[in-house]
Design a protein around this ligand. Sequence first.
Ligand code: SF4
Length: 273
Amino acid sequence: MEPGRNAEPASHSRLSTFETCPLQYRFRYVDRIPREEVSVESFLGTSIHAALERLYGCAREGRVPPLEEVLAEFTAGWRQAYLPHVRIRRTRYTGEDYRLQGEAILARYFRDHHPFDEDVTLGLEERIEADLAPGGEYRFAGVIDRLARVQDGTLVIHDYKTSSFLPGVEKLRGDRQLPLYQIAIQQQRPEEKRVRLVWHFVAYARRIELSLAPEELESVRAGALGLIERILSEKEFPPRESALCDWCDYQAICPVGRRRAERAGSSLGPRPA
Ligand code: SF4
């Protein structure tokens, strides 16, 4: 299935997957090979997003739950959803270590933002779509973690990052995801002239804010469009080996991934026919 053009819209993870490794992209989006495992880091991220969505949902209705309740719900959700297919690569840690890490992240976020009145929440996990070119053939879709409005009328797009990587401001200026969300929002609501982007690197309790100039947004749009066109013209989908191979869901069926795993001495099961 083609991304963007006359088909399902491209997403940030789809575009990033291609940049990370074209072969991984092919496994996931062309061959549609289901992922049988989920990394514990991804599970932690999903669990924290769900907890923050619940928290801001309550706050929007005028009832900020106490921290104990937030943590209890996080743990209940974690235990309910935690399944054997959650994969832990760093074997010196257990699933319980990651759950406790999630609790610590949430507790810190809660204390830093309580009583959650810095802005007015307009939407949670809000799905958006943008046209990247006239004619509606190249579309981008995503989900905004939280959309809010501050007192001076500025619209704020909040995004929670749970990764252990903390980029600098200049790197975020070249980011694609949130600027494309802004483009989508301003296409849907052209009257919104002032928009701010906020990344929350929750594992570091760091918040980074940017307001982008129109030419910066245009550069992101053109870059995303160019990438979609590259994907559409790709025929080979070559593997791209990197440290990320160790977290790749398709390591067991990828020749490069298998070689790496064999070198590292781990078993990935029988080689596919
Ligand atoms: S193991 Fe590495 S090279 Fe193979 S598909 Fe995954 S990311 Fe690509």
